[in-house]
Design a binder for this molecule. Structure first.
Ligand code: NDP
Length: 333
């Protein structure tokens, strides 16, 4: 049957995430496989082709990418590029007749996200964002607790995500035109996601402040941001993103006790605790589950749980956080 066919995925941009996580995950997937690559680096084309047995006809660069339209081996294009390139490659992929997965943060701002959603809709193609944690068992438990509230009303959230940046000082991550912002866009987005799935609600207002210790390295982008999200019902989420601290937790305060995850946002090793004890869930390959689920959604014409709209919501909040830092005011989201 057609729905038993493994769908072909082409990775666009063969950097750290594609080579370290996505390509290995695609060796474990059941509903999709690594069928093609799009790269601007000829030596990567060569080595990937050998390592993953990718035929010459399924290898593209950024100039001839649009001819992927004629390639029946490729069902899904996965955009794993610097943030400033997400919009262009998502739209080009949809226009080429391919379903799209785009990495987080979805784009430079909410306006770009809307254009991407509209283009995929117009092309009749599905769009998903690389929110791997929506497939992670401990995270799914936090979402269930938000719905069922066994510990009573949620009153507040504390969450932080960051790492001490020791990467290339010339990286796109530190260039505003390419990244759209610093630790908030890269790491803080997980705390925004976390606050949303831990409450099952959408925030209405935000107040944010910025802190910078290394003005040379973080000349163009944010190093550390503190924010307060106000949700309906008086629930407050206090969040922090940082390129100056190794941290990652999601703590939920409820009337009858606290619970949460720590580490909360990594590729693996997520751990959780509730008043009932330590959570007992398996560790999974998040990326493999994420891509397999999207392949099934495409095959069965079912909506993905991490659609473009999910990426747009986070970008609306991120835009409001940057507005609040610039204005010094509480901003409506
Ligand atoms: P890298 O810098 O490691 O790789 C980016 C790749 O994009 C490059 O290797 C290159 O690939 C291509 N590229 C094309 N144009 C440029 C350019 N002007 N500057 C730099 N690179 C360019 O980034 P990551 O792999 O870490 O991140 C890529 C995306 O994945 C980002 O959106 C990031 O936020 C996201 N990500 C998501 C994670 C998650 O957990 N969901 C984890 C890590 C990253 P080539 O040589 O093949 O052309």
């Amino acid at each position: 049957a057609a729905s038993n066919k493994k769908l072909g995925i082409a990775l666009v941009g063969l950097g750290g995430y594609s080579s370290g996580q996505l390509a290995p995950a695609l060796q474990e997937t059941k509903n999709c496989y690594l069928a093609g690559i799009v790269t601007g680096t000829p030596s990567k084309a060569e080595s990937w082709s050998q390592k993953y047995n990718i035929p010459e006809k399924n290898i593209y660069n950024y100039s001839n990418f649009d001819s992927i339209a004629k390639n029946p081996d490729i069902d899904i294009v996965y955009v794993v590029l610097p943030v400033s390139m997400h919009k262009e490659y998502t739209i080009r992929a949809a226009k080429a007749g391919k379903h799209v997965i785009c990495e987080k943060p979805m784009a430079l701002n909410a306006g770009e996200c809307r254009e991407m959603i509209a283009a995929c809709k117009q092309a009749g193609k599905m769009l998903s964002i690389g929110y791997r944690l929506h497939f992670e068992p401990h995270t799914l438990e936090v979402m269930r607790l938000a719905k069922e509230k066994p510990y009573g009303k949620i009153t507040s959230i504390d969450t932080a995500n960051g790492f001490t940046y020791r990467g290339d000082p010339k990286s796109w991550r530190l260039k505003k035109a390419l990244s759209g912002g610093g630790a908030l866009m890269d790491m803080g987005i997980y705390t925004i996601q976390g606050s949303r799935y831990a409450t099952g609600l959408e925030p209405l207002f935000v107040t944010a402040t910025e802190e910078k210790t290394n003005r040379e390295l973080f000349k163009e982008v944010d190093e550390t941001i503190h924010y307060k999200l106000e949700f309906p019902g008086g629930i407050v989420a206090n969040g922090k993103s940082s390129y100056n601290e190794n941290v990652g937790f999601l703590k939920i305060h409820a009337e009858k006790g606290d619970y949460g995850l720590q580490p909360a946002f990594g590729y693996g090793g997520i751990q959780g605790e509730t008043p009932a004890g330590v959570m007992d869930f398996p560790q999974i390959n998040q990326q493999a589950f994420q891509m397999d689920d999207f392949a099934l959604c495409v095959s069965n014409k079912r909506m993905t749980r991490v659609a473009g709209e999910e990426g747009l919501r986070d970008m609306q909040i991120i835009d409001a956080i940057y507005r609040s830092i610039a204005s010094g005011n509480r901003e409506r989201i």
